[in-house]
Design a protein around this ligand. Structure first.
Ligand code: ADP
Ligand code: GN1
Ligand code: MG
Length: 368
């Protein structure tokens, strides 16, 4: 759809929410891969999103999760004397009392307060930021440790079931609906050769060696707002995939995105490698944020979480490339392939530095 059209529809959608004062311009915002995000200008600024309904099939259930979790977090934030309007998302309800507005095309829109005086990054700019983001993501999971998990809907079934992801990837390579498979044989083999990685964590969970917790499941650096004044991770955003999951996945997803020396979509692979110093900082920050709430097995599997999530994400990008770029937003030809290759480079780096990664985790755990 023409961008101007969508913006017009976004502006129309704002009218249905209970908002303060006059609103001004509505413009495209952020660099998420999934939803269409807009900034609504005015005395109070808002974030408006058209939810991606081909991915989130039950938008109301997503919003039930988000209102449940944010209400719960607000209670904890108030108890600790924090600012409940900045330290978690605030869902703005519609005039009919619903947490989303469905327009005449069937599209679902939702709105939050814009978190002001805060920034989110697509790449680490300062080490301190990364460390603070780790503390905040660790703390986010800890705060939700007594959230009633049975109330949560599974918004994307099997979201981090890496084994299932592997099967879907193989089928996509076989079906080859876009005729792209021949040009990416090397990439396909990379994931197939390492298929054992896909089963490790699921197996540990099945054996009861890794607990299911309420996790975020999408902990990349641009899903956390960093306070401009204090430099702290002030608000964890993008709560669409808060579901029962593994804490090592949350840890790992942050590493694959943030502990890389290059952007997730960097086409020049010579710029992409795993930065062990950033890895160490994140381990320390995350453990600090978790405040001793992790089991020994969880700590012992943090490095594995990083490898599995990087492998899984790379495979998802390749699957999407093979299927014709229908899932992740792309902004150029071959965008998903570039993303896949950065993840492959990182997995290879992790393999090469495996013992060091494990040692870093061990030492950080001893010093906490
Ligand atoms: P997606 O699922 O597409 O990644 P997000 O919910 O992460 O969507 O939003 C996309 C981007 O919009 C974020 O990376 C961030 O830059 C911005 N954003 C989202 N919600 C807020 C908010 N409440 N305040 C400020 N910025 C936000
Ligand atoms: C998507 O929504 P966003 O852009 O924060 C994706 C994540 C991937 C990530 C890769 C719901 O995250 O799982 O790891 O892209 N979210 C969904 O950058 O699929
Ligand atoms: Mg996001």
């Amino acid at each position: 759809m023409e961008h101007a059209d969508l913006r017009k529809r976004a502006k129309e959608a704002t009218r249905h929410f209970c908002i303060k004062g006059e609103t001004g311009d509505v413009c495209s915002w952020g660099s998420g891969h999934i939803n269409d995000t807009f900034l609504v200008d005015g005395d109070t600024r808002y974030i408006l999103q058209r939810m991606n309904q081909s991915i989130f099939k039950k938008p109301l259930e997503v919003m039930e999760n988000i209102t449940g979790v944010t209400t719960f977090l607000k209670g904890k934030i108030k108890e600790a004397g924090g600012d409940e309007l900045r330290e978690t998302l605030t869902v703005i309800f519609c005039e009919d009392g619903k947490p989303l507005y469905q327009d005449e095309h069937g599209d679902c829109w939702r709105m939050y307060y814009m978190i002001e005086d805060a920034e989110c990054y697509n790449q680490v700019e300062t080490e301190q930021d990364f460390y603070e983001s780790a503390k905040a993501f660790g703390n986010f999971g800890r705060l939700l440790s007594d959230y009633p998990a049975e109330k949560l809907h599974e918004t994307i079934p099997g979201f981090h079931d890496t084994r299932v992801r592997y099967d879907v990837f193989l089928r996509a390579a076989e079906a080859d609906v876009c005729g792209r498979a021949n040009d990416v044989r090397k990439e396909i083999s990379f994931f197939a050769d390492r298929k054992d990685i896909a089963g490790v964590l699921g197996q540990m969970q099945a054996e009861g060696r890794l607990p299911l917790r309420v996790t975020h499941n999408d902990t990349k650096l641009n899903n956390i707002m960093m306070d401009r004044k204090t430099g702290k991770g002030i608000c964890v955003i993008d709560l669409d995939t808060v579901m029962p999951g593994l804490v090592v996945h949350d840890f790992g997803d942050s590493i694959r995105f943030g502990a890389s020396t290059g952007a997730e979509d960097e086409p020049d692979l010579s710029k992409v490698s795993l930065d062990l110093h950033l890895f160490e900082l994140y381990v320390r920050g995350f453990l600090e944020g978790c405040q001793g709430s992790l089991t020994d097995s969880e700590v012992a599997l943090l490095a594995m979480g990083a490898k599995v999530m990087t492998y899984e994400c790379g495979m998802r990008f390749l699957t999407d490339y093979l299927q014709g770029d229908t899932y992740f937003k792309i902004h150029r030809e071959g965008h998903n392939l570039d993303r896949c290759r950065t993840q492959m480079k990182l997995v290879a780096d992790m393999e090469a530095n495996w013992q060091q990664m494990e040692r870093i985790v061990e030492q950080a755990a001893q010093n906490i």
